[in-house]
Design a protein around this ligand. Sequence first.
Ligand SMILES: Cc1cc2nc3c(=O)[nH]c(=O)nc-3n(C[C@H](O)[C@H](O)[C@H](O)COP(=O)(O)O)c2cc1C
Length: 188
Amino acid sequence: MSKISLSPGYSTFPMPAAVISVGTGDEANLITLAYVGKVCSKPPIIAISIQPIRHSYHIIEKLGEFVINYPTINQLREMDYCGTRSGRNVNKWKELNLTKEKASVVSVPLVKEFPWNMECKVVNRIELGTHVCYFGEVVAVHSDEEYVKNGSLDPDKFNFFAYISGIYIALNKGAIERHGFSLSKPLE
Ligand SMILES: Cc1cc2nc3c(=O)[nH]c(=O)nc-3n(C[C@H](O)[C@H](O)[C@H](O)COP(=O)(O)O)c2cc1C
């Protein structure tokens, strides 16, 4: 079958759609980002990219810390809201009834209602073009108890979602296989 050439602007897939908290006190804000990805395991580093026109950009520039918060499928509306309104005009915490929970290492608050939170400290930044990329070292991770089994995310409880070409896609179909399964199952 022949292949169609597409724009180099296409994204990898799936992408996350996570809600990032930035800033402290009354300045604390929430921004939805799809440009979020792990780029190093030791030290654990996650890269996020933000456009300088965002209100959150000025806040992260000042503080150099952020928290990645993962909402569940039931919190899709809150996630979309944080990606379609600016903290310049609305207080997203108040409008969405979200609670600021004290983080354990950074000064930026976690979103209490979102079950998975990763505290990060910026260790590097690169201006790439439309976006500025921040490399955040993960300094603490928190999960609601119900999502964890034997120290890992429980695939049977998993009810998060991904973002592909502007569409939110449910990821709760359950585990298909485990990392490395191809080593023990020979090709047929
Ligand atoms: C699913 C989704 C993903 C997004 N990903 C990014 C991103 O990776 N980088 C970015 O700068 N903006 C991204 N945005 C846009 C911002 O979230 C949006 O402009 C937001 O209103 C900015 O908020 P602020 O002005 O309070 O900082 C995304 C929006 C949505 C809905």
